[in-house]
Design a protein. Structure first.
Length: 520
């Protein structure tokens, strides 16, 4: 403690003496130098030094230190950058690297919007998020050839998007209350929750379902607006220097191989990020949340496709440069050639020349030996074997061996009767009506649905299982129970009624199973 006080006193006195030396009139010698009478005053040394004297003192060290400083700057900037990405290479790939960053952002925005759509459907929010992708991307106004090709190729991916289906157990009220509790306790477990906390902040704690629906709609509109801005190339996205996951995603992607002919791709990627830090502008909080959550999720669920489906569609420069430009174009149907009718030619007079008759010598006819006719034995025509479905085979097997129950092989049963597209389109609206709880209860009460008097068509149950209509199947179990009568409308010449049992739980590894029972 004493030592500290002594040091403090010494420093104070030094400062005081220095400050005291500045005060008052100072004596300056007359200038007799050859260059400039300029001088500088050193308050600590309490002396005046002319510029001539300083130039003389630093005559040797001054240029050397300047040269060394320039050399250090050269090695740390130009030489280092040129070693991993020369100017000649960077000029070739600069625009394509920016396209890859835009593409990666579009891919994650698409995945984010799909999650918001799923949540809207899951908890039946009134407004929420809904995107008609095939029509939505038509609003893009791309400028570059790469972006135009990507939007053209992505049309096939958007047209084949699977319908978002929510499992019955996930749409329950308990599931919604747990989700809401995570949101209110600021403990997000999904991307939509992270995004909601960005938008409504503290208001999420008091928000009702109606208000949350509006917040999700706002999140959705913000991301849709950014999507259109990027696909129209009117954004200021460059190297996403503030998003840690972006560089890792692109540097390990298939798309980088299209510009890695000379091995400078990753180096040029680093140079692009470094040189464009001050030029870029983007909603950092939004993209940081989206990239962080989706990067971790994709890396755990599908590590080979961490960049997302849209990135795969748009990062095919390696193949397009080799002539494979039509990777994502649906095969065109061959047009039937019209049959040309050939007009019948009119009859033409034919000239029949006359020849002189030639007399031939007479010869004796050969004797004809009569042979006994062979008996022809008619071959028996084999009757065609009628192929039975896996369900019919299982039913006969149970009866033959008098078993209490037999499991139906649903994987084989799937191919015994395949639903056509027209059949699927016809069945969907009917299923939505008949599989409602109110409809099922009415049919059970009035028509005795599920009993021997009014069995359910087997084709109906098969369609629900294959289309993953979990909600409809659980509605049936809720009203009729897991066991009920069906009639086989798939196999011909079989009009038998069977009792089946369907279930989907932890014991079945949450997959649908079907058993044929001896009795109800």
């Amino acid at each position: 403690m004493v030592l500290i006080r002594i040091l403090f006193l010494f420093i104070t006195m030094s400062m005081a003496s220095a400050s005291m030396s500045i005060i008052g009139e100072k004596f300056i010698q007359d200038y007799y130098g050859p260059v400039d009478p300029s001088f500088k005053y050193d308050a600590y040394k309490n002396e005046v030094q002319y510029l001539d004297d300083w130039l003389l003192e630093t005559y040797v060290t001054r240029p050397v230190s300047h040269q060394l400083n320039q050399l250090e700057n050269y090695f740390s900037t130009e030489f280092f950058i040129g070693a991993y990405c020369p100017d000649s290479e960077f000029d070739k790939v600069e625009t394509y690297i920016r396209y890859l960053y835009r593409l990666q952002t579009l891919s994650y925005l698409f995945q984010s919007l799909r999650e918001h759509e799923y949540l809207t459907k899951k908890f039946q929010f009134n407004s929420g998020c809904s995107v008609e992708w095939s029509q939505f991307v038509k609003q893009c106004s791309p400028k570059s050839s790469e972006m135009k090709r990507f939007l053209k190729d992505s049309g096939l991916a958007f047209s084949n998007l699977k319908t978002l289906r929510v499992p019955f157990e996930e749409s329950s009220k308990d599931h919604y209350m747990r989700w809401l509790q995570n949101l209110k306790s600021n403990n997000p477990s999904s991307l939509t929750q992270y995004r909601l906390l960005n938008v409504c902040k503290n208001n999420c704690v008091k928000a009702k379902k109606k208000n949350l629906s509006g917040h999700i709609s706002r999140v959705c509109e913000e991301e849709k607006k950014l999507f259109l801005n990027i696909c129209s190339e009117e954004d200021l996205i460059y190297g996403l220097s503030g998003v840690e996951e972006a560089f890792e995603l692109i540097s390990t992607s298939v798309g980088i191989r299209g510009i890695n002919q000379n091995g400078y791709a990753v180096g040029c990627l680093k140079r692009f990020v470094q040189e464009n830090k001050m030029s870029e502008a983007y909603p950092s909080r939004m993209l940081n949340n989206i990239f962080k959550v989706l990067y971790d999720y994709n890396l755990n669920t599908k590590p080979n496709r961490a960049q997302g489906i849209l990135y795969e569609v748009g990062s095919n420069k390696e193949f397009t440069d080799k002539g494979l430009a039509q990777l994502f174009v649906p095969p065109k149907k061959k047009a039937e050639l019209p049959v040309k009718k050939v007009a019948q030619k009119s009859a033409v007079e034919v000239f029949n020349p006359e020849f002189e008759k030639i007399e031939l010598p007479e010869f004796e006819p050969k004797k004809i030996v009569k042979t006994k006719p062979k008996k022809v034995v008619a071959k028996k025509i084999e009757e065609p074997v009628v192929k039975k479905s896996s369900f019919a085979i299982s039913s006969e097997f149970r009866e033959k061996y008098n078993l209490a129950e037999v499991e139906v092989d649903l994987e084989r049963f799937k191919y015994d009767y395949v639903f056509s597209l027209s059949t699927i389109e016809k069945l969907k609206p009917k299923i939505e009506i008949f599989s409602q709880v109110s409809s099922l209860r009415a049919m059970k009460k009035n028509d005795k649905l599920g009993t021997q008097a009014a069995p359910i068509p087997l084709r109906f149950i098969k369609f629900l299982i294959e289309a993953e209509e979990h909600k409809s199947l659980f509605n049936i179990i809720m009203v009729l129970g897991d066991s009920f009568y069906i009639f086989n409308d798939i196999d011909e010449n079989i009009s038998k009624k069977d009792v089946i049992k369907i279930n989907n739980n932890e014991a079945t590894n949450f997959k649908w199973k079907m058993h044929i029972l001896e009795k109800l």
